[in-house]
Design a protein around this ligand. Structure first.
Ligand code: F6P
Length: 472
């Protein structure tokens, strides 16, 4: 049976060690939630880091055995690799550069060398389990060198790569001192996928300007092989979100949460803690809204859920402090004995609670400064089984290309954001319904299964095309 081996930095399960006991929890982030429900099909495997430094061999053996029973293979990272590969090159070099936060980007040769070494470590792990005929599907910016490393060992295998974050314009990408090596690493793939047409276009232009390879309708001739590049906007497991939203448990939680809000309208935001998500800008806009529209005082609350993330990286620590301070200031300025303008939680919640929040929310406020796709806004839409509610969405999120029925905003334009909040909170129900139905139809159709099948079909297509080109 043909297998797909998924390779990503983080496994869909994260290991915790509490009181000498190993525990497992579902990982946060779009990649894990998106693919978590599909990888178990058939004889597929997932290779990745379990999210913790485990010093003792006995712990590593236990984790490897537990995960293998669930079709996963852990890649254990040392403390130094976590610091220099994960926190360092991945999240202090590539992440800020690819999200256009250039002032945060660190360019350091030592971090680069560790990045290369850890990509090689992943390659060695894949080689331990890969068999002829397997399809290897690599995910995201932490593993840009892996496709070429694998290609050297498995010249004929099918290798796909998907990038979940934006690909920046050539003018930004060229700032990286290791730009050629990174592009050559990616081009070890047969198929390279991005969320949007713009990301694809940026990648093709970098390949042409930096490596001198031109393309014809997304097909790049590297002189050795033809590589295909295309846009595949990622969908969600629509049925699952709808099913949970209709479940008794979500209804029970919703009823209980609603009691605490005393009939107030709810504006919801859910993100990982990340400067790319525009959390301070969103808080400022909400404050501006309260200032401009005092008639909404005591009638609306911002329910803001921030999921802890990368808390050892300096910029993330600073952001957390800034957000805490802003929420405290806004609540103390506008709050009353009966009303807290912002209900802020810095933790993750189980799916049933998230579903209850989505159901309760009159408005979802999804305003990243830059985002590859953003699946939260899609989860919100799928959970609105009564077709009421309004989505305010940043035009800098990949999802905005598909969800033109949302109120689209530029997150840097505070006035526009304030007006969008007003419009959303006063939108007639028929209008909400009309937009919601449109968005639901499209997301139901272009769901995660459609995304996986389309990517796999294109990968088979390019393999066949390569063969036919080799024989002509
Ligand atoms: O979707 C982008 C992404 O970086 C994934 O690669 C990652 O798994 C997720 O966000 C969460 O980030 P992290 O693994 O650093 O916690």
């Amino acid at each position: 049976m043909s297998r797909t081996i998924i390779v990503s930095n983080r496994l869909p399960v994260t290991v915790l060690k509490k009181n000498q006991q190993i525990e497992y929890k579902t990982s946060e982030g779009g990649l894990a939630t998106g693919l978590g429900s599909v990888y178990k099909e058939g004889a597929n495997r997932w290779i990745g880091w379990p999210g913790i430094f485990l010093e003792e061999e006995s712990d590593q053996l236990q984790v490897a055995a537990d995960l293998q029973a669930d079709h996963m293979h852990p890649v254990f990272l040392t403390k130094n690799e976590i610091k220099e590969f994960y926190e360092g090159f991945s999240n202090e070099t590539l992440w800020p550069t690819f999200h256009y936060f250039l002032q945060y980007a660190v360019y350091d040769q030592k971090l680069w060398e560790t990045y290369r070494r850890v990509n090689q470590k992943f390659c060695n792990e894949v080689m331990k389990i890969a068999k002829p005929g397997d399809t290897i599907w690599i995910h995201d910016y932490q593993l840009l060198l892996l496709p070429q490393m694998l290609r050297e060992n498995l010249p004929d295998s099918s290798i796909g790569f998907f990038q979940h974050i934006p690909f920046p314009s050539y003018e930004v990408f060229r700032l990286l001192p290791w730009r050629e090596e990174l592009l050559n690493g990616m081009l070890g793939s047969d198929l390279l996928g991005f969320h949007t047409y713009d990301d694809t276009r940026h990648f093709l232009s970098s390949v042409s300007r930096i490596l001198g390879y031109n393309n014809q309708q997304g097909l790049i001739d590297t002189g050795k092989r033809t590589v295909m590049v295309d846009a595949f906007p990622m969908g969600i497991d629509y049925d699952r979100y709808e099913e949970v939203a209709l479940s008794e448990e979500a209804h029970r939680r919703e009823a209980s949460f609603r009691k605490s809000f005393d009939g107030q309208r709810i504006v919801l935001s859910i993100d990982r803690l990340d400067y790319s998500k525009g959390i301070p800008q969103r808080l400022e806009a909400f404050e501006g809204f309260l200032k401009r529209y005092p008639e909404f005082h005591e009638k609306v609350t911002l329910l803001m859920i921030v999921v802890p993330s990368r808390d050892q990286v300096g910029k993330y620590k600073e952001l957390k402090e800034g957000v805490d301070e802003m929420v405290g200031r806004i609540n103390s300025t506008y709050g009353t004995l009966h009303w807290r303008p912002i209900n802020y939680f810095y933790r993750s919640f189980p799916l049933e609670s998230l579903s209850a929040f989505y159901r309760m929310a009159d408005v979802a406020l999804v305003t990243p400064m830059r985002d590859g796709m953003n699946l939260v806004c899609k989860e919100y839409i799928a959970s609105k089984t009564d077709q009421k509610g309004v989505l305010i969405l940043s035009e800098m999120a990949g999802a905005s290309k598909e969800l033109s029925d949302a109120i689209l905003i530029n997150p840097n334009d505070q006035n526009q954001l304030i007006q969008a909040l007003y419009k959303a909170l006063t939108m007639p129900e028929e209008e909400q319904h009309m937009h919601m139905v449109q968005m639901q139809e499209s997301l139901r159709r272009y769901n995660i299964h459609h995304w996986v099948n389309l990517f796999m079909d294109r990968l088979s297509y390019i393999k066949i095309k390569q063969l036919s080109m080799a024989t002509t």
